[in-house]
Design a protein around this ligand. Structure first.
Ligand SMILES: Cc1cc2nc3c(=O)[nH]c(=O)nc-3n(C[C@H](O)[C@H](O)[C@H](O)COP(=O)(O)OP(=O)(O)OC[C@H]3O[C@@H](n4cnc5c(N)ncnc54)[C@H](O)[C@@H]3O)c2cc1C
Ligand code: SF4
Length: 564
């Protein structure tokens, strides 16, 4: 490929949003180049530990402390076993890719082809109308330029392609989608649901809506319920760029993928003001290349995208492209949280089959439709969790038996453990921001990204409330002892970093318009989490996908009409 190659479209990043942009652009007839900073990963062939049994794991499956401390000090701290011997190869090497934490911030990155679509938890929820109205109602953050109705058809479009299993609940504050059959709840989850919904009429507990296939779908196989998804899945039974969107784009014959290509900046044409080219560093050779296109989609994940936009400095954009009003990099948000674990007595004659790759979900119930009189915070939170039987490891650790008695004990499932963990909406604030530190050069000689984000008093109060509510609900289901835990007190831990290039109507208050178009640069689109003007309470990636498909539809129509 020569460095003067002209494409119709360039997509930066191949993760959840980049894969969607590539699929939509190529299917609509555009010759498209995907630029990915990470190495190539081939679906099926490169899922090297997918079928490795734990007893063949290196170091007996235990953390390799020296290696992790040296190369993965941030990535290895990710919660819920998302990083480990089976998938360490997907995570970014922190030593080679440093960033500055003005305040503690965990930036978790799977920078390979497919991005975090390989390692995500696949929880997939629609926003509701209230989420889009929240900023305008309480004045925190700027008003969203779109409403639920703008996105509803695109949610449906995305869900039908990726395959989301779930239970319709018929609630306006928790919109249903195009669902495959739901996974089953465990007996204790059903009991929890019954107890909670009987006591609190406004609360709803349902099975987690998840992009894992409960039946064969779009040429991909049904999920085998093994819950080892973050190693990669040869069945294609969960949604990833590698199993779904990139193959669809490839099938058009119009896709070119260039991995090991670190995007440094986007150039604009001084005569037209339009984005004209993307500058790239080949991470293997150090060679610098430039690629041109008529339309550019930036999908490099929230911080990856902000870094590229801030680095795109020129006479017309001295502080970075789209940064005419000093909004770029500001108003970052994530999900804070607290939760509770409990032992649920009884149910010892009940069990479940397989390892379901999802949990349970309870949509927001606090401050919906107005301020709750007993709530000392703005906005609210949703709960995720589950109830399952403890496994043999704890039983063995707690047992004072030995020999044949111990063997008998550990062959039996343990007690029932229930867990509820909140995802609390963080308020958008201008001082929560990223900037470039030009004095410190990181990988490839680029300025280091400096992250200055902290939770505030509102998030602290919400966490406290979430803990109390979790305790009350677990107790309503018969829990005798509840252990409350601070879950997401360090920003980044939820891996839902959003904002920084927020959408809005007013160019003085926002970076993007209601079509994800950079104000003033009509052929440049940003559709990942950086576009979000607030965080809502549900997991965000389904919304990013819907925004991406919608923005491509608009961009291609504009291009064909000669307006881009
Ligand atoms: C363990 C875990 C669990 C999660 N669970 C959920 C969940 O249940 N539900 C949910 O909604 N979300 C979840 N998420 C978050 C979800 O993964 C992200 O929201 C989503 O992947 C973001 O999509 P993206 O396309 O913006 O970025 P990514 O998927 O991260 O992809 C970005 C891509 O851009 C590339 N890139 C970055 N910078 C450059 C550059 N300069 N040049 C070229 N390429 C570049 C990266 O290498 C990467 O491949 C989870 C994440 C993790 C890690
Ligand atoms: S649980 Fe399902 S989606 Fe996950 S790895 Fe197994 S088969 Fe694939």
């Amino acid at each position: 490929m020569s460095n003067t190659t002209q494409f119709d479209a360039i997509v930066i990043g191949s993760g959840i949003t980049g894969g969607w942009a590539a699929k939509e652009l190529t299917e609509k007839g555009l010759k498209t180049l995907v630029l990915e900073r990470g190495r190539n990963v081939e679906h099926q062939k490169d899922y090297v530990n997918e079928f490795t049994p734990p007893w063949q794991a290196p170091n007996g499956g235990l953390p390799e402390r020296d290696l992790d401390a040296r190369d993965y000090p941030v990535q290895s701290k990710i919660e819920r076993g998302a990083f480990g011997w089976a998938n360490r190869q997907y995570w970014i090497n922190d030593r080679e890719n440093p960033y500055e934490q003005v305040k503690p911030f965990r930036w978790h990155r799977t920078d390979v082809l497919g991005g975090r679509s390989l390692t995500w938890g696949r929880q997939s929820y629609r926003w509701c109308e209230d989420d889009f109205l929240a900023n305008a109602r309480d004045g925190h953050g700027n008003d969203w330029p779109i409403r639920y109705a703008d996105l509803a058809p695109w949610y449906a479009y995305v869900e039908k392609f990726i395959g989301v299993s779930g239970q319709p609940e018929g609630r306006k504050d928790f919109p249903d989608g195009e669902f495959l059959p739901p996974f089953a709840m465990t007996p204790v989850e059903r009991a929890l649901k019954q107890a909670i919904e009987a006591k609190w009429k406004d609360r709803c507990l349902t099975v987690g809506r998840v992009a894992n296939l409960t039946q064969a779908h779009n040429g991909r196989a049904q999920c085998q319920s093994r819950a080892i998804c973050n190693r990669g899945c040869s069945f294609g039974a969960y949604f990833s760029s590698l199993s779904s969107t990139l193959p669809a784009a490839q099938a058009t014959g119009r896709l070119t993928v260039r991995t090991d290509s670190v995007v440094e900046a986007i150039d604009t044409d001084p005569a037209t003001g339009k984005a004209s080219a993307v500058r790239v560093i080949d991470s293997r050779t150090g060679e610098r290349l430039t690629f041109k296109a008529k339309v550019i989609f930036v999908c490099a994940s929230t911080f990856g995208t902000l870094q590229i936009l801030l680095q795109s400095r020129s006479a017309a954009h001295p502080n970075g492209i789209g940064n005419h009003s000093d909004v770029l990099g500001r108003y970052l948000v994530d999900h804070a949280g607290a939760g509770g674990f409990a032992e649920i007595p009884g149910f010892m004659d009940t069990n479940y089959k397989g390892r379901r790759p999802t949990g349970i979900y309870m949509p927001r119930f606090r401050n919906l439709g107005g301020q709750d009189p007993d709530a000392d915070f703005t906005r609210g939170y949703g709960f995720q969790g589950g109830a399952m039987r403890d496994d043999w490891t704890n039983t063995a650790a707690m047992s004072d038996d030995f020999g044949a008695g111990m063997k008998r004990n550990i062959a039996r499932p343990g007690k029932w453990i229930a867990f509820l963990g909140a995802f609390c909406e963080q308020l958008p604030q201008a001082h929560n921001r990223v900037t470039l530190n030009d004095k410190v050069r990181g990988g490839f000689g680029l300025p280091q990204l400096s992250i200055d984000v902290a939770y505030g008093e509102n998030e602290r109060r919400m966490n406290l409330d979430a803990g109390k509510q979790a305790e009350a609900m677990l107790k309503a289901a018969g829990a005798q002892r509840v252990q409350l835990i601070p879950l997401r007190t360090i920003p980044g831990v939820s891996i839902h970093e959003m904002g920084g290039a927020r959408m809005g109507r007013d160019p003085a208050e926002s970076v993007l318009n209601g079509r994800n178009q950079v104000h003033g640069v009509p052929n440049l689109f940003v559709t990942d989490g950086s576009a979000m003007a607030s965080s809502g309470t549900v997991n965000p990636s389904l919304t990013y996908m819907a925004l991406t498909a919608r923005a491509v539809d608009f961009a291609v129509a504009e291009l064909k009409a000669g307006r881009l």
